[in-house]
Design a protein around this ligand. Structure first.
Ligand SMILES: C[S@@+](CC[C@H](N)C(=O)[O-])C[C@H]1O[C@@H](n2cnc3c(N)ncnc32)[C@H](O)[C@@H]1O
Length: 327
């Protein structure tokens, strides 16, 4: 038994998707500026099937925080009165960034000079194409393979292939074997590749041609390119920012399902160091979608430790960790 994938934009039409049944190649994540409607729809379909190696989900949805943004706004306005003064805001672990755009637009109505930076640990994948063999490996920025593409096949390299698809399974074993024994040794990722744009988008690195494939939503890339107040950076939630900011939001990342209490404490310390005195930290977890419900806490950084300004639905799982960070 065999399952074919979608390798090119021309193959990505409804009847072929039904007939081929396999995965869509991550090479199709790229979109134009401005993005076309079909490119946006394809990006959103593709994001649902992408599995990265660390197991943290990348799920996020338009409108997930519409109501929550209003509650945050009420709380922020008690601390930072609306007006033309600058306000530095960081939204951490934003996945494809679609909820970051919505929050930025809400904030800008009350703070027209807001400087907004959305970040995530993984902003792009790397397409490593081998012209010699017409194969493509899709890699995380550190070089871990997540997908293998050889038209008409698209295979996930983070999940095993079911035994009934024995043709795919044989190819999967061969793709992994060749990667371990040969290609991984010849891979050289350019040193300057960090953010989406730093160091360029593509480079020839024989035997590969390497190209970045954004994991950031095409509408977010478009805004980043055309709005000076909206930025996207690569950043880990465990690192303090180089310049402290007024407000940090961390939704659906500092969760007990992902991290131990000690690791959450390390994260709370990174937030504390990244905030100016009197700054606000919004932390929470979505416990239900449609309509969304969040367990969350809004903290204010004090001289030593935190003041809790607001608690929603019993509060965030970060509270115990936060209380261990006193300076
Ligand atoms: C479930 S998504 C949350 C998206 C968005 N904040 C929301 O609530 O809808 C979790 C995100 O955390 C990112 N992530 C995982 N480990 C991270 C780390 N150490 N630093 C920064 N981001 C990380 C993942 O890449 C993923 O995009």
């Amino acid at each position: 038994m065999v399952k074919w994938g979608i390798c090119t934009a021309a193959q990505d039409v409804a009847w072929r998707r039904m007939w081929r049944r396999g995965l869509v190649s991550c090479s199709l994540l790229r979109a134009g500026d401005p993005p076309a409607k079909e490119e946006i729809a394809r990006f959103e379909r593709l994001m649902k099937q992408i599995q990265l190696s660390n197991g943290v989900s990348r799920t996020t949805f338009r409108g997930r925080f519409s109501q929550w943004n209003e509650e945050i706004q009420q709380c922020l306005e008690q601390v930072f009165p609306p007006g033309p003064a600058p306000l530095d805001v960081a939204d951490w672990a934003v996945s494809n960034g679609i909820t970051a755009i919505e929050w930025f637009e809400r904030l800008r109505r009350s703070y027209p000079a807001v400087e907004f930076t959305a970040s995530d640990r993984t902003l792009y994948l790397i397409e490593a194409h081998l012209p010699e063999t017409a194969e493509t490996y899709i890699l995380e920025p550190g070089g871990t393979p997540v997908q293998y593409v050889r038209d008409p096949f698209v295979l996930s390299l983070t999940q095993p292939v079911r035994w009934v698809y024995w043709v795919n399974r044989r190819l999967w074993r061969r793709a992994w074997g060749n990667w371990r024994n040969r290609w991984s040794r010849e891979l050289r990722i350019p040193r300057g590749w960090s953010g989406l744009e730093e160091g360029g988008i593509s480079v020839e690195a024989p035997p590969f041609v390497l190209r970045k494939l954004p994991l950031v939503h095409p509408e977010v890339v478009h805004l980043m390119t055309h709005c000076r107040q909206f930025h996207i950076r690569r950043h880990s939630i465990f690192d303090a920012l180089p310049e402290p900011v007024n407000v940090i939001r961390t939704m659906n990342i500092f969760n007990r399902a992902y991290f131990s209490e000690d690791t959450l404490t390390e994260g709370a310390r990174a937030v504390w160091r990244s905030l100016r005195p009197g700054g606000i930290w919004i932390a929470g977890r979505t416990v239900k979608e449609n309509p969304p419900r969040h367990e969350a806490t809004i903290y204010r950084r004090q001289e030593r430790g935190w003041e809790i300004r607001k608690r929603v639905e019993g509060g965030s799982e970060t509270e115990a960790a936060a209380m261990r960070v006193t300076g």
